[in-house]
Design a protein. Structure first.
Length: 201
């Protein structure tokens, strides 16, 4: 009789253990499903913003720069072409023959006047730097084509600078020792990177 009762007790233990394993298995499956769902929701709610690099943004903008049909008499002038430098421009035009344009950006004096000669070509994308803010800037483009000298003056009107732009309060310059260069300044905190000529403009 003892053996019979012992055998029944062992059977109950076996059934009890099997039931627990089943419950434990179901519980683990539920926990796994819940964790996968939480992870999925977290990943989808906290996606990292994709930031386009400045170079890629420039390439995208350049796709919209139209040249066809523009001539030196009627160039495509784009002020702040890349959206991050309001005192720059891009002058775009075509010529019938391969020419080497010379660009002069007129300053307020000789030391703030900039000249650059570009390589030969028929399609011209001429960057214009050193424009004055809130000013009708004069840009001269010259080249020779078929033994004929071409000279065009383009006026580029710029807007005022933002109110929070850092401007020099005093300029002390020995102009005998300076050349017509731009001097770049980047603030250590918030602000704009700027370039000043010898006059502080």
């Amino acid at each position: 009789m003892k053996n019979k009762q012992k055998l029944e007790n062992e059977k109950k233990k076996f059934v009890f253990t099997k039931t627990h394993k089943s419950i434990l298995g179901i519980f683990l499956v539920i926990v796994c499903v819940v964790l996968v769902k939480i992870n999925y929701d977290y990943v989808n709610d906290n996606e990292v913003d994709v930031v386009v690099s400045m170079i890629n943004e420039q390439y995208e903008k350049e796709e919209d720069f139209e040249i066809e049909g523009y001539t030196i008499k009627n160039p495509n002038v784009i002020l702040n072409p890349y959206g991050n430098s309001p005192l720059t421009a891009l002058v775009i035009f075509e010529t019938k023959t391969s020419v080497s344009p010379k660009v002069t950006i007129k300053g307020k004096d000789e030391l703030s006047t900039f000249t650059n000669k570009f390589s030969k070509g028929k399609k011209h994308y001429l960057p214009i730097y050193g424009l004055y803010a809130d000013y009708d800037n004069e840009v001269v483009i010259e080249y020779s084509e078929n033994d004929k000298k071409i000279k065009e003056v383009i006026n580029i009107k710029t807007d005022k600078l933002p109110d929070n732009m850092v401007l020099p309060t005093k300029v002390k310059a020995d102009k005998k020792k300076l050349d017509n260069e731009l001097y770049f300044y980047t603030p250590s905190s918030t602000g704009y990177t700027v370039a000043y000529d010898v006059n502080g403009d």
